[in-house]
Design a protein around this ligand. Structure first.
Ligand SMILES: Nc1ncnc2c1ncn2[C@@H]1O[C@H](COP(=O)(O)OP(=O)(O)O)[C@@H](O)[C@H]1O
Ligand SMILES: [Mg+2]
Length: 311
């Protein structure tokens, strides 16, 4: 028999009054995955995570986390998993050490087990040098590591991280994903939400969400799914270039990736080499064929009728 999934849900739905925030989600997360949950602000990522973590009851649908039912065993789920909320719930007036002691207590750790786990987390996340510092004085990157430390003290097998890298610089984000990789190497399943497209590339599989499930697959499967050809455009004036390209009839969509513009053609008869001369105001310096990015996949698969939320 294959191992049971770490997470599964079927028709998972959440309504707030008459507003449906999450509509009929069905998916499975295998043990040991780094499962990326990707969508714009307001897409329902946090609401879904909170239902899976036993913090919010679904309006409809079913699901299990670590073999526990999200409706009937919500309390038991909380102690089996690690959860890092979008607004990290650290105590600013407590020190790093005291925050770890507090969360250890919440998860039922005490005495020598607590001391041992705090030592291990401090070492793994490189927090020893800030042990006596108040949490509110820490940099965003260190605060993020402390929040992760609080979530893994009790050695959960499944970890839910809700936009853990928001507000930190790209290098710190990359390092954070290395820590996620270390946890995965130890067999921990990681469910991570983000609206940062390039983080999706670091996940084993990605679900694209906008209230409902738009697509699910490995990053390369998702990229193969969108048709059309893609070009990377470099320009001296990326802002005007972005607008000029977006308005062209031969262009399906444009996104900004790492300083370059990423363009999907609407029809393959277009000739992107001519853009530099046709759009002098854009200061285009280079156009070359490119691989699709996760962001272009999202733009291609999204229903244009729901294009109301901002990234
Ligand atoms: N407790 C609530 N009451 C009413 N609406 C809510 C509540 N929580 C979230 N929402 C709404 O549900 C939608 C999805 O929110 P959320 O899950 O936080 O999205 P995301 O995490 O993807 O940004 C948003 O429109 C949000 O305003
Ligand atoms: Mg959120």
């Amino acid at each position: 028999m294959p191992p049971s999934p770490a997470v599964w849900c079927r028709g998972l739905t959440k309504r707030f009054g008459r507003f449906t925030a999450v509509a009929g989600l069905t998916f499975e997360v295998e043990q040991g995955e780094v499962f990326g949950f990707l969508g714009p602000n307001g897409a329902g990522k946090s609401t879904t995570i909170r239902m899976l973590c036993g913090l919010l009851l679904p309006s409809e649908g079913a699901g299990e986390v670590a073999g526990l039912d999200v409706v009937r065993q919500a309390e038991a789920i909380k102690s089996r998993i690690g959860y890092m909320s979008q607004r990290f719930s650290l105590y600013g007036t407590l020190t790093v050490q005291e925050n770890l002691e507090f969360y250890g207590g919440v998860y039922g750790l005490e005495g020598s087990a607590l001391v041992r786990r705090i030592g291990a987390v401090m070492e793994r996340l490189d927090l020893g040098h800030v042990r006596p510092h108040l949490a509110r004085t820490l940099s965003a990157g260190i605060r993020q590591r402390l929040a992760l430390g609080c979530a893994i003290l009790h050695e959960p097998r499944i970890l839910f991280l809700d936009e853990p890298t928001s507000g930190v610089d790209p290098l710190t984000r990359r390092r954070f994903f290395e820590l996620i990789g270390d946890l995965r190497a130890q067999g921990v399943t990681v469910f991570v939400t983000t609206h940062v497209m390039d983080e999706a590339e670091l996940c084993t599989r990605v679900a694209l969400i906008r209230r409902r499930l738009i697509a699910l697959g490995t990053p390369s499967e998702l990229k193969r799914r969108v048709g059309g050809s893609f070009f990377r455009v470099r320009a001296d004036h990326p802002g005007p270039a972005f607008e000029a390209l977006q308005q062209r009839p031969d262009v399906a969509d444009v996104s900004l990736v790492g300083g370059a513009l990423h363009v999907r053609l609407r029809d393959s008869s277009a000739d992107p080499k001519r853009w530099a001369t046709e759009l002098p105001e854009a200061g285009i310096t280079d156009v070359e064929p490119a691989e699709p990015t996760i962001e272009s996949v999202f733009l291609a698969l999204m229903d244009p009728a729901d294009e109301d939320e901002a990234w």
